[in-house]
Design a protein around this ligand. Structure first.
Ligand code: ZN
Length: 401
């Protein structure tokens, strides 16, 4: 069969399964899967992948679900996360957040746009390619990864370690993109600046050394800082003070330590060392200040512990790279128009898969990014059907690269 016949059969198969796709998405949204409690949703998806006739389905020690179709030469990994943020203010919702109500072809509910429609979408792409026997030239892995909302990149990092037999040539991160092809996003880091002092009773402050007062000029310098690298595609980085924690045994004691936390958005080519050096420059002239990238230990629903360093690098794929070109070709062939190729404003699992591991990646998904995490969480179903067409077509173009 030639490519246009393949694409036509993909389009027809999506159409034939529309009702089933919607039912699966509703069922998945109805299973609450707030970060660190994804077990039920993972089992649901693993069962569906088996029913879809996947060649292999596994749930790894971390708790991620992975399904494979085909065993061809080009290895592709599609990732979407299965966790959601919490349900939010119950009064803010038009329909209850776990009801997965549909009105005017829009499905409402927590996770509808972020990221369960994309997840069902990539799972169906696997099913469609298997059904149509189009898998000769590639191996397609579909992952429903956990804990993205809290520590993006960290659980897929553990996933890639635990499944070291999977060596993708290409990655697609399925997250809301309004049907645009994403070829990069900024990274982020949490910088922790500890300013030392000496506790003393506030009535006799001269006996101590007020760490909060010492922290003030540092905060001012951070606020005024503008000397960021400017990248033509990603733009400039940013730094914002997001928290100041004072260590003192009571409110009538001057603090013996002040810990400033900053959110740093990372443009191109800025390493951990660059960020540390930049932060040290804010502290010149103040002795004993400690600057580090924050880190934390998280435990997944399976009890698996991951040390997460809060440094998530940026990633960019050039417009003429084979994966971006394959995405553009698949889009054109399906929809007979030019895609918009741009960048995400938020951080995704591509920070690890592409930013750290260096595997070529693109992003694509249905729905509007600004609705993520809000009580307006929703996805237009026609957009989801189109995304499934794209997910199903892309491997055919990647395998030809
Ligand atoms: Zn997401």
């Amino acid at each position: 069969m030639n490519q246009s016949a393949n694409l036509l059969s993909i389009i027809n198969q999506v159409k034939a399964w529309e009702a089933e796709i919607v039912r699966d998405l509703q069922n998945l949204v109805r299973i609450e899967s707030v970060t660190y409690n994804e077990g039920k949703a993972v089992n649901f998806l693993a069962d569906r992948m088996r029913e879809f006739g996947y060649d292999e389905v596994r749930v790894d020690a971390v708790g991620n679900v992975l399904g494979r179709i085909g065993c061809g030469k080009t290895v592709i990994l599609y990732d979407a996360h299965i966790d959601t943020v919490d349900l939010g203010d119950p009064d803010g919702w038009k329909f209850p957040p776990l009801s997965a109500t549909i009105e005017n072809q829009i499905l409402y509910g927590r996770g509808a746009v972020d990221d369960k429609s994309c997840l069902i979408g990539i799972a169906y792409a696997g099913r469609i390619l298997k059904e149509l026997a189009l898998t000769d030239d590639f191996t397609l892995w579909i992952s429903g990864s956990i804990s993205e909302e809290d520590v993006e990149g960290s659980c897929v990092s553990a996933m890639m370690q635990e499944n070291s037999d999977i060596k993708p040539d290409y990655i697609l991160v399925a997250e809301a993109s309004q049907g645009r092809i994403m070829r990069g996003h900024k990274g982020r880091a949490l910088i922790r600046i500890s300013v030392p002092g000496k506790c003393a009773h506030a009535s006799a402050a001269w006996r101590g050394d007020n760490a909060l007062v010492k922290a003030l000029p540092i905060i001012k310098k951070i606020d005024e800082y503008e000397d960021f690298t400017d990248d033509a595609f990603l733009g400039k980085g940013t730094i914002e003070v997001t928290n100041v924690e004072c260590k003192a045994p009571s409110l009538n004691t001057i603090p013996g330590e002040a810990i400033i936390t900053c959110d740093r958005r990372i443009s191109c080519g800025e390493t951990e060392r660059d960020l540390i050096e930049e932060a040290r420059s804010f502290c010149e002239g103040i002795d004993g200040v400690k600057v580090e990238i924050d880190s934390e230990v998280v435990k997944t629903y399976t009890g698996y512990e991951i040390v997460c360093k809060d440094y998530f690098p940026s990633w960019v794929m050039e417009e003429d790279s084979p994966i971006v070109q394959a995405g553009i070709q698949a889009y054109r062939a399906l929809f007979e128009k030019e895609p918009e190729v741009t960048k995400w404003d938020f951080c995704t699992n591509a920070t690890h898969l592409c930013g750290r591991m260096g595997i070529p990646a693109i992003g694509f998904g249905a729905g509007d990014e600004p609705l993520c995490h809000t009580t307006d969480d929703q996805v237009p179903l026609p957009e989801l059907f189109k995304a499934i067409q794209f997910y199903s077509a892309l491997p055919l173009f990647l395998a030809a690269k």
